[in-house]
Design a protein around this ligand. Structure first.
Ligand code: F6R
Length: 272
């Protein structure tokens, strides 16, 4: 599939490489991202997609629904693993991530729902749920392409800023900033769950390709830190700098600081 890529930047850090694509706006970001996913599915029909929820990928999912309806991409053999789920919410709760995925994507494409995996937020034995999620992921051979959003605080999945980060799927307490950010989806902040099950950094970093999306000026600072800052567990997304195949797709607002002339780090524009 071809698309108008927008500005493409390659950020080289030692031997590692992060490709940054700056699209004009949210629509452009969504289109670039959807085409990357569609190309992956077309080249490997039984691929394993790692999927994210939140506001950012909604436009990308809309495009994928459109491509599927136009027979441009076939999800019938695809398997998917989602990053996270709120602890305590069942899949039919309208703020659960299972509900989000069904309504934004799975109900509208020809994926076999039995092949879509999301941690069970209501599991009786939550530790066992985490372990079996990792075993299942390993059994399926790991993720081919992992879609990520990014929290304003640098979280990926619900791996929140901390002195230490976890490798495996685990239960995590959500930080105040994450609870505040996510309260926009609930009728009151008290209703936002305070804990979630999240894939750890191991599951994410083992993905063959990472596709991180960000949109809007409120993400500009964290995107700048992600691309040009040092690796720091207080910014979990910064670990992606040591992954060998990361594509960051942002709109101009989220990319504003990495485009600026003040950027002292080695960011070179290789294509327009
Ligand atoms: C969602 C997830 C989170 C979000 C992040 C950004 O599955 O894992 O890390 O990607 O909180 O959320 P939005 O896109 O709503 O800004």
């Amino acid at each position: 599939m071809c698309y108008n890529k927008g500005t493409e930047i390659n950020v080289e850090k030692g031997v590692d490489n992060m490709k940054v694509i700056i699209a004009k706006n949210y629509e452009g970001m969504s289109e670039v991202a959807a085409k990357i996913i569609a190309d992956k599915v077309n080249s490997k029909p039984n691929c394993i997609l790692g999927l994210a929820t939140g506001s950012t990928p909604v436009g990308m999912y809309k495009k994928l629904v459109e491509y599927n309806k136009n027979n441009e991409v076939d999800f019938s053999l695809v398997n998917s693993f989602n990053l996270d789920e709120y602890k305590g919410l069942s899949g039919d709760h309208n703020q659960s991530y299972r509900y989000f995925m069904d309504n934004n994507l799975f109900n509208h494409i020809n994926i076999n729902k039995a092949n879509t995996f999301i941690p069970n937020g209501k599991a009786e034995n939550i530790e066992e749920e985490c372990r079996s999620y990792d075993s299942k992921l390993a059994e399926y051979g790991g993720i081919d392409i992992q879609v990520l959003g990014i929290g304003n605080n640098g979280h990926i999945g619900f791996n929140e800023p901390s002195d230490t980060l976890s490798v495996c799927t685990h239960v995590t307490e959500l930080t105040k900033t994450t609870i505040e950010a996510n309260s926009r989806f609930f009728s009151s902040i008290e209703e936002v769950p305070t804990e979630a099950i999240t894939m750890g950094l191991g599951g994410i970093m083992r993905a063959k390709t990472i596709l991180l999306l960000a949109s809007g000026s409120q993400k500009a600072e964290i995107i700048s830190k992600l691309v040009t800052g040092k690796i720091n567990t207080k910014i979990p997304a910064s670990l992606l700098q040591i992954h060998s195949n990361v594509i960051v797709v942002v709109d101009e607002e989220a990319g504003a600081l990495i485009m600026s002339n003040d950027n002292k780090l080695a960011v070179s524009i290789v294509k327009n």
